[in-house]
Design a protein. Structure first.
Length: 338
């Protein structure tokens, strides 16, 4: 089957290690299911793997791709919860399992025609959600949902700052916070992305680092060094910064004096549980929320997709389609692996 494979890593030339090629289809194994991938989506995690950040080289080669939606062996429409872990090892939360792995870290990922995952990781795809929309949800939207609802405990009327409007997690966080009844502010260096954030319901979107009209209760932080000082200064006493990424750098000044004197909370957040992914689907059903899709590309053009991400030219998610198969064209009740 055709797949996008990470074969080497380079911080300066990450795409040099991305190869399109044939790999064996996954073999059946007890407790696991094979999914015929209809749609997958690009995440920063895929780019970090190619850059050698957080992914040891001895795990190469590996098929990239953390998100997938498609058909299981019985023809059911499913989306894939991408955290492969044991909830019991995490005291009921699989994201806290010390041995957890995101899809494409220890197991081949979703940029392929077929995918093998634990059967527990399959979530029924609602009929009101397209395959493309479903493939955008598990990593970016699941991460944003956990950040806001589980970690920060967002309430209606809260003031929320989302740094770096335009990214997958950021666009999801803006829409989810608006749906929760919050007043949302967003930042971006791009005027177009600021305008897009306001069209999603943000009360105001300002250039990165610019003073906000008021201090906020919650900051959604995925940018890191570039925005960290602004996040700290924008937060009210007793407020919460939830961080789930640091695309611009991992080690900004901590400003500990501000943290303890203003009793600010800084919470880490990684991925989401299967239950949180189901909760996200229920929220979307209730509110009519849908993910922001910048564009779709065939798997054969995945290098172009990565370059768009590197250049910062995406607003929302980029969806990848593997080569079409007969099963994809059939009704859900008849579609099956062939």
């Amino acid at each position: 089957m055709l797949a996008a494979i990470a074969v080497s890593q380079s911080m300066t030339d990450p795409l040099s290690g991305l190869v399109l090629g044939d790999v064996p289809q996954p073999e059946p194994r007890p407790g696991w299911s094979t999914v015929r991938v209809v749609s997958s989506s690009l995440n920063m995690h895929d780019l970090w793997t190619l850059r050698g950040v957080g992914h040891p080289p001895e795990r190469l080669p590996i098929v990239l791709g953390c998100d997938a939606a498609g058909y299981d062996e019985d023809g059911n429409e499913v989306l894939v919860h991408p955290v492969i872990a044991d909830p019991d090892a995490g005291l009921g939360d699989e994201t806290l399992d010390p041995g957890r792995a995101l899809l494409s870290e220890q197991h081949n990922g979703a940029f392929a025609e077929y995918l093998s995952v634990p059967t527990r990781n399959l979530v029924p795809k609602p009929d009101w959600l397209t395959f493309d929309e479903a493939a955008c949800l598990p990593v970016a939207w699941g991460t944003a949902y956990r950040m806001l609802f589980t970690q920060a405990g967002i309430r209606a009327g809260d003031r929320v700052l989302v740094q770096g409007a335009g990214g997958g997690v950021a666009s999801a966080a803006i829409k989810l916070a608006v749906a929760a009844g919050a007043v949302v502010y967003a930042t971006s260096r791009s005027a177009d992305k600021r305008a897009q954030a306001e069209s999603w319901g943000a009360r105001a979107a300002v250039p990165t680092g610019e003073r906000l009209p008021e201090r906020v209760d919650i900051v959604v932080e995925t940018v890191g060094e570039t925005t960290w000082a602004h996040s700290m200064k924008a937060l009210r006493p007793g407020g919460t910064i939830v961080i789930a990424g640091a695309t611009s750098g991992m080690n900004p000044p901590a400003d500990l004096g501000r943290v303890f004197y203003l009793q600010q909370r800084i919470l880490g957040s990684t991925g989401c549980t299967r239950a949180e992914l189901v909760g996200l689907l229920r929220l979307m059903d209730a509110t009519g929320l849908r993910p922001v899709i910048d564009r779709t590309l065939p798997l054969e053009e995945i290098h172009k997709g990565f370059q768009l991400m590197i250049d910062g030219r995406l607003t929302g998610k980029l969806v990848i389609h593997p080569p079409a198969q007969e099963a994809v064209q059939q009704p859900a009740q008849e579609g099956a692996l062939r």
